[in-house]
Ligand binder design. Sequence first.
Ligand code: SAM
Length: 204
Amino acid sequence: MPSLDRSVTFRKYRFLVDPEVYFPAEDTFLFADHLSVGLNETVMDMGTGCGFFAILSAEKASDVLAVDINPRAVACTRKNVVQNSVGTKVETFVGDLFNPIRSGVGFDLILFNAPYLPVEVDEGDAWIQMAWAGGSDGRCVIERFIDQVPNYLSKEGRVLLMQSTLSSPEATLRRFKKQGLNPRIIAEEHCFFEKIALIEASRK
Ligand SMILES: C[S@@+](CC[C@H](N)C(=O)[O-])C[C@H]1O[C@@H](n2cnc3c(N)ncnc32)[C@H](O)[C@@H]1O
């Protein structure tokens, strides 16, 4: 549960959350409940926020790479990684999607709770807006991610992507197929004025 000191506890982990970083919410928890990491898998946590999935994944993964466009999120993740004693397994980078990653690196699992609301980001806006603003149709970051993700997946790799019904999960399924992946919705939940959907896409 959120508390006034901007920290959240989930299972055995405690996450401190900078005011300019996404506070874990329904989408984070639905995602976490369906996150299954195989022993010694390599994991990428795109849009890591406070490092939530990166830290959960580190229990079983051999290596975790966490990326966020928001430097405050990456600094926050670093602190949480140390506080939760998973520092040796998690590397962090600031960057736009896969820009910080050299091509040819193949991850077994790539995670993204994407910015999916149909909202424009205005220049000069606070970092926190990057957490939810997905452009006029909510698909701006999602589509760039889907187009690039096959280049960073291992042979049997899979992707978990969270989005809202406000930004067309059907279009996401079509786009994954176009990229040669097999997508399916593995979880859905009503959430205020929208439904959130967790999509898994794999090479198999
Ligand atoms: C909905 S938040 C999810 C945060 C965290 N994974 C969670 O579930 O609580 C989306 C995250 O994606 C990051 N983000 C937005 N656009 C991005 C981009 N182009 N490249 C990398 N990260 C991005 C935001 O800064 C934010 O931390």
